[in-house]
Design a protein around this ligand. Structure first.
Ligand SMILES: Cc1cc2nc3c(=O)[nH]c(=O)nc-3n(C[C@H](O)[C@H](O)[C@H](O)COP(=O)(O)OP(=O)(O)OC[C@H]3O[C@@H](n4cnc5c(N)ncnc54)[C@H](O)[C@@H]3O)c2cc1C
Length: 493
């Protein structure tokens, strides 16, 4: 176990959990503060989740939406980044304990910002995840990319009509922004990008189904924009099925119950789950220690200044919180984290507390296909090409790093002006590695040794080192003395 009694200085220690929108923007906002920051995150990158669907459908590479956090923060001298999944937070002793591949690290703090976000929720049916991956991480997006492009490949070599139909049916569960964007892009893939690439199958015959138990598409955008999005999707060839609740998912399809109680089955190999979110389980840890309430999605109730009840030194921000019906969007996390950072800096500098956190709604948007989107900004509604241009500009600004902005723009030109996809590469690992790891009891940790095992292995390495050195010397001597390829005399040989 490593004890990070960190700082070389006596400065105020801030620990930030998570490298997403909340974690990164909170850390950056403390750039000029007289504090030492340790960011603990379970991935080495900052993920721009709103563009995950473009990685899954071959438009962007994973690197463009997930720059290394270490690089992003390299010039911020008061911040360090450590890799690890936080599994416990000790509010009394003010420590955070994280784990990565059989290593444990304990990091003490004076102030804590918890920004661990949310994961996918299968509403108590986690077994669905094996057959219908969610859309929360780079692993999810690459697995889906493999499944989507792989389905067309398998259909091309099949002679069985029913199987071809099953392989060319794509079901997206959840008609929120992610589901809408995903369904629109699969439709563009099938009906436009891949049209000329296959010889036996007609990719234009692919069925793309977007279904949701709710009665409308994009509920947070209001009825009018929801209806417009539905129409645009249908124009692209997407079948929108509303009031349809998924009751079971398996390898070959899913069971659906309609509003009238009728049950039916959809045969589809590729399913995408874009339906529900569950806040990080760290919320439960914090709730147990403070008595703060948790809502149905596992979000924790915080004070109006985003602190935990009884713990003014702990801020929780972003998708993990339940406060005044704030939505689970990037701006809530960014603004909340900046607010927390300002408060911490103010305390260190002896300033009075700020008024309660106030969210400024900058609007929401969702793309439907190339050149078509819907956007809601205040009371203003935008649709079609104008909304799409707004989407383009905004996403370009928020992609982290100039390099990624330039390459994303090039890839968008390839996909939107042309009809290609620059990132269609898929590997077996993308599709099957997660299932293989899931079968190991300890996951990836089972594949690596505990640090102490290295010491035992070292003895073995030292024992063989002398043999290896002798062998290398002999090889070099043979070459240097010109004995290679020379017939050996049996008596001297
Ligand atoms: C597919 C998709 C599309 C979206 N589209 C939009 C959109 O168009 N517009 C919009 O405004 N919002 C969108 N959102 C929502 C937006 O991405 C989130 O609201 C935002 O990311 C929340 O920020 P956060 O910091 O709370 O969490 P996240 O950004 O999710 O960050 C959480 C961080 O915590 C880390 N972490 C989690 N658990 C642990 C742990 N135990 N230990 C250490 N680290 C941990 C994660 O690795 C990650 O770095 C979308 C979300 C998804 C999934």
């Amino acid at each position: 176990m490593t004890d990070l009694q960190t700082s070389a200085t006596d400065r105020h220690r801030v620990v930030v959990i998570g490298s997403g929108f909340g974690g990164l923007f909170g850390t950056k906002a403390l750039r000029k503060a007289d504090v030492d920051i340790t960011m603990v995150a379970k991935t080495t990158h900052h993920l721009f989740q709103p563009l995950l669907y473009q990685v899954a459908t071959g438009i962007l590479s994973e690197g463009e939406i997930a720059p290394p956090t270490r690089e992003v923060l390299s010039s911020q001298e008061n911040a360090r980044v450590i890799l690890g999944e936080v599994r416990s937070i000790d509010l009394e002793n003010r420590t955070v304990t994280s784990h990565v591949l059989n290593r444990t690290t304990v990091t003490p703090y004076d102030s804590l910002i918890v920004a661990a976000g949310a994961g996918q929720s299968y509403f108590g049916n986690d077994q669905f995840s094996e057959f219908a991956p969610g859309m929360k991480s780079i692993d999810d997006a690459l697995e889906l990319r493999g499944r989507i492009f792989g389905a067309f490949e398998l259909a091309e070599i099949s002679d069985d009509e029913a199987e071809i139909e099953r392989l060319l049916t794509f079901v997206v569960v959840g008609a929120g922004p992610t589901g809408v964007e995903m369904a629109g892009q699969i439709a563009e893939l099938a009906h436009r990008t891949l049209e000329k690439d296959f010889r036996r199958i007609n990719t234009r015959h692919a069925r793309i189904i977007l279904l949701d138990a709710a009665p409308q598409v994009l509920p947070p955008f209001g009825a009018k924009l929801g209806e417009r999005a539905k129409k645009d999707l249908e124009g692209l060839g997407v079948e929108v099925q509303l009031g349809a609740m998924v009751t079971d998912v398996d390898e070959r399809g899913l069971e659906v119950q309609d509003k009238d109680g009728g049950r039916r089955r959809i045969e589809a190999v590729t399913k995408v789950w874009a339906a529900g979110v569950a806040a990080s389980p760290l919320g439960r840890t914090l709730a147990e220690q403070t008595g703060a309430p948790l809502d149905r999605a596992g979000r924790i109730g915080v004070n109006p200044d985003l602190t935990l009840p009884g713990h003014p030194e702990v801020f929780v921000v972003g998708d993990m919180i339940s406060l005044n019906n704030l939505p689970g969007v990037a701006q809530v996390a960014i603004q909340g984290a900046k607010y927390a950072a300002k408060e911490i800096r103010g305390r260190v500098e002896g300033r009075p507390p700020q008024p309660p956190f106030k969210y400024f709604d900058k609007g929401s948007m969702a793309t439907i296909s190339r050149f078509s989107a819907v956007a809601l900004i205040g009371k203003l509604r935008f649709t079609g090409f104008i909304a799409w241009l707004m989407w383009l500009g905004l996403h370009l600004v928020y992609i982290t790093g100039f390099k990624s902005q330039v390459t994303a723009l090039l890839h968008w030109a390839v996909s939107f002006v042309g009809s290609g996809r620059s990132e269609r590469t898929t590997t077996e690992q993308q599709i099957f590695a997660r299932a293989a790891l899931g079968r190991l009891k300890g996951g990836a940790s089972d594949l690596v040794a505990h640090p102490e095992v290295y010491d035992a292995a070292q003895d073995l390495i030292n024992a063989t080192r002398a043999d290896l050195e002798a062998k290398a010397a002999e090889e070099a001597r043979l070459t240097d003395t010109g004995q290679r390829g020379v017939k050996q005399d049996a008596t001297t040989g």
